[in-house]
Design a protein around this ligand. Structure first.
Ligand SMILES: [Zn+2]
Length: 214
């Protein structure tokens, strides 16, 4: 064996632990994309499950890897997205409660397609989110107005409009079909109806399962 090969082999052998350490280091340093909700969010999740008779995990996720959505048995909450939408605590309560409605549709109503968009299901989700907030949160005179403003801000037409204003290739946005969550007016209207029902705790325009409010 000549020296060049021997030295090459030695250098390689010395590098192995370094490479192994850096790979291991990456593995141990990387955070999971989602972690279980804690604190107030976990309390909210437990309350939503209690009210709607569902069993659902609420995960808090890194927005670069996971988007805000719901799948059977799990709701993924992305704080980055909530910040981008300028949601305050009430807005966060609203979108989490909205996603829970899809769990109700899936777990309680046997809707296998609860997680594919249709405008009727989405407006039902807004209505029930309003109901939950009206029924379980302490009364405040501006809650209804704030909820309606938040719902309107994420109406399909509003999001499309903002995307046009924001993008240098605004017209390209026209090529994308907006998700059929309902336009600003219908989202605001339906959350108002749900919220008023929740406040009265008796008339239930949008709930098709009996809420457990005790
Ligand atoms: Zn939805």
């Amino acid at each position: 064996m000549n020296w060049t090969i021997l030295m090459g082999a030695l250098v390689f052998l010395m590098l192995v632990p370094v490479l192994a350490t850096s790979v291991m280091g990456q593995v141990t340093n990387s955070q999971p994309a989602c972690v279980p909700a804690t604190g107030g969010l976990q309390t909210l999740a437990a309350r939503l499950d209690h009210v709607w008779g569902t069993r659902t995990a609420l995960l808090v996720c890194d927005g670069t890897r996971v988007k805000f959505e719901a799948k059977p048995g799990t709701v993924y909450f992305v704080p980055d997205q909530a910040r981008d939408l300028r949601f305050d605590n009430l807005g966060i309560l609203y979108i989490v409660a909205h996603e829970w409605r899809h769990q109700v549709q899936f777990q309680r109503m046997g809707m296998a397609n609860a997680f594919s968009f249709s405008q009727q299901k989405e407006l039902q989700a807004d209505c029930l989110a309003g109901y939950f907030i009206g029924a379980v949160t302490p009364y405040a005179p501006d809650t209804e107005r704030r909820l309606m403003a938040t719902a309107a801000a994420i109406g399909d037409d509003r999001i499309l409009h903002n995307a046009r204003l924001a993008g240098p290739f605004g017209n390209l946005v026209d090529q994308f079909t907006p998700s059929p969550h309902g336009n600003a007016q219908s989202r605001a209207d339906v959350i108002q109806i749900g919220h008023r029902d929740g406040r009265q705790r008796d008339i239930v325009s949008c709930a098709v399962v009996t809420p457990n409010l005790r």
